[in-house]
Design a protein around this ligand. Sequence first.
Ligand code: ACO
Length: 330
Amino acid sequence: MRKAYIDAIGMYVPSNVVTNKDLEGRMDTSDEWIRERSGIEERHHVDGECTTDLALKAAEEALEKAGMTPEDVDHIIFSTMANDYFVPGGGPMMTRRLGIPGTPALDIRMACSGFLYGLSVAKAFIESGAYDNVLLITSEVQSVALDFSTAGRDTAVLFGDGAAATILKATDEDRGLLSVKTHSDGRYAEDLMLRTPSTLDNPFLTNELLDKGYGRVVMNGRSVFKHAITKFPAVINEALDAAGVNKRDVKLVVPHQANLRITEAVANRLDLELHKVVYSNIQKYGNTTSASIPIALYEALQEGRIEPGDKIVVASFGAGFTWGASVMTW
Ligand code: ACO
């Protein structure tokens, strides 16, 4: 049966590294607090670059690794929390940046679950025979929407900027995506959101709204934590069942890098060994939202932690709330 598989991944993070110590100079926080609560040591922030600048660098690397030119891309799927423009989205912008006008492009706004939702669309596109080569871009510039005063410290210290580009291709071989399961629950929308610009307001963007802080990411950290540690294991088990794969046969679980404490709790609940079976690189990048899973996959591959034939699980949880998991044979 025709399946979709990940052929190549490219990644890019801005060169500007912001350490916890750097943040100490901007708000009332400490390196110790951030490490203890999140595991994060440093993250990258843009210095004038926009979302599609990061995306282009990642896409160029992925295309080169796949031995493709931009013209070989049949369809773009673009995931981000923050686009260059509110409208149009990053998908059409990437056809301009890659020099492939006319290429179909789809924008998805599923925050931290953008990669999982992207996989589910790419899988359907490829399995149905509609497209052979799909470019899934996940690019995030969050530092411009964070409050770096003490009032925003619970959120601002967690996020980082970064991008990844994943090329999915068709295969008849015994490899590729076995299952993708996704979910959402809008009852918790306000527990992690960026409100403005919003049609709740007319006009939807005013100085007054910005003064209220509505142009910043806000989060109810305890609610996110509580839901993440139950939803991650549940959806991973669901995706394993759908794929007919036993948990003990999984070589590596690559979760969305939300917070090391969430990853630890998920590993515990699944009875999987952290570091050996559950991958983490949040220490270097913070939470890069939809880019975090493919960036982690990229580094796991580079470290030789994934080999052809391995069973790999990826999983996410984030704003919406949204969550998902996928099982694949590498
Ligand atoms: N530096 C220093 N102190 C801080 C900071 C900071 N950056 N942020 C908050 N504090 C203070 C609080 O103000 C509070 O002070 P108080 O006791 O005087 O009121 C104290 O630290 C403890 O705050 P809590 O909210 O109790 O801290 P908690 O242990 O819950 O940790 C955290 C907060 C890290 C946000 C936690 O709730 C968490 O991990 N939540 C998950 C959120 C998350 O990981 N989101 C990632 C993005 S969403 C996603 O990708 C799924």
